[in-house]
Design a protein around this ligand. Structure first.
Ligand code: F6P
Length: 320
């Protein structure tokens, strides 16, 4: 068995832990393990590199991905797919482990459909938006990073009594915002999955302040509104007649050493992915359901979008 592994899409803390588990477990089974640098782009630009135990030494604690990553529009064309399949055949790749998000897995499905090798996905994205899986590599670390930032902002917000907005990542998914809001004790959270008008938000903040709050922090998911975060913040603060500040956390959330939870998840997802490859599985990704590590068919990528954890929605509403 010649098994390739790549990381693709936005990097996420814990990808290295997943990669390490995949390489170690693959070598343990006697596979030839090949890393592909720079995600799918590495298929086209000779990114193939044999992996041995030394390739993955001292990486479990490192953020980013030592293999590098990219978003690869070329794989979305018929010509690109056909060329990728030819190259993978020439490289004698029997199976691939794909560490990334839903776009990465769709790439795997397209490769299989075009006659490419078997593929098995490992969810790696801070957004936690992979359908059917409760969590993904990088989410826990990103939430912890956001919470640390919110805690720091709380100190200055309490001292100056200024209204603060903190924008977090997540693309079209409010999972980071919701978890960070609950853990950071934010007074309000704006997510793409739920309507909340500026006026309603302003009324809620007003009520908090009348009830004696000295600091108010609103967590804003980047995909929550059409307009910019600054527009939202200025509108709401304008309704209330308050001074405001906006902090955009941005790529800070993507970097840093992975949390213990993400390292452990990387180990478990990676081992399961190699078990799946060894058993001849294809067209699926690994996920977590009710705490169990499971295999999910690619077909579920087209299912309903990932909803928010309703327990957290309730918590954010009730105990802010
Ligand atoms: O998918 C991960 C993510 O960090 C999203 O949260 C964000 O919208 C996007 O990637 C940013 O992508 P880029 O680094 O290409 O700007």
């Amino acid at each position: 068995m010649r098994m390739a592994v790549l990381t693709s899409g936005g990097d996420a803390p814990g990808m290295n832990a997943g990669l390490r588990a995949v390489v170690r477990a693959g070598l343990d089974r006697g596979f030839d393990v090949v890393g592909i640098r720079r995600g799918y782009a590495g298929i086209f630009d000779d990114g193939f590199e044999p992996m041995d135990r030394r390739s993955i030494v001292n990486i479990v604690q490192r953020g980013g991905t030592v293999l590098g990553t990219s978003r690869c529009p070329r794989l979305r064309t018929d010509a690109g797919l056909a060329e990728a399949v030819q190259i993978l055949r020439r490289q004698r790749i029997d199976a691939m482990v794909l560490i990334g998000g839903d776009g990465t897995f769709r790439g795997g499905a397209a490769l299989e459909a075009a006659g490419g090798p078997a593929t098995v996905g490992v969810p790696g994205t801070i957004d936690n938006d992979v359908p059917g899986s409760e969590t993904s590599l990088g989410f826990d670390t990103a939430v912890n990073t956001a919470v640390e930032a919110i805690d720091r902002i709380r100190d200055t917000a309490t001292s100056h009594e200024v209204l603060h907005f903190v924008e977090v990542m997540g693309r079209h998914c409010g999972a980071i915002a919701l978890a960070a809001a609950v853990a950071g004790g934010a007074e309000a959270v704006l997510v793409p999955e739920a309507e909340l008008s500026d006026r309603t938000l302003a009324a809620r903040i007003d009520a908090e302040m009348r009830a004696g709050k000295r600091s108010v922090i609103v967590v804003l998911s980047e995909g929550a509104r059409e307009g910019s975060a600054e527009q939202v913040a200025a509108n709401v603060a304008g309704v209330l007649g308050l001074e405001h500040r906006l902090t955009v956390l941005g790529h800070i959330q993507r970097g840093g050493s992975p949390s213990a939870a993400d390292r452990i998840l990387g180990a478990l997802f990676g081992l399961e992915a190699v078990d799946a490859v060894a058993e001849g599985a294809r067209g699926c990704y690994i996920g977590q359901r009710s705490g169990a590590i499971v295999r999910i068919p690619y077909g579920e990528l087209d299912g309903p979008p990932v909803g928010l954890d309703q327990r957290l929605v309730r918590a954010a509403h009730l105990i802010s």
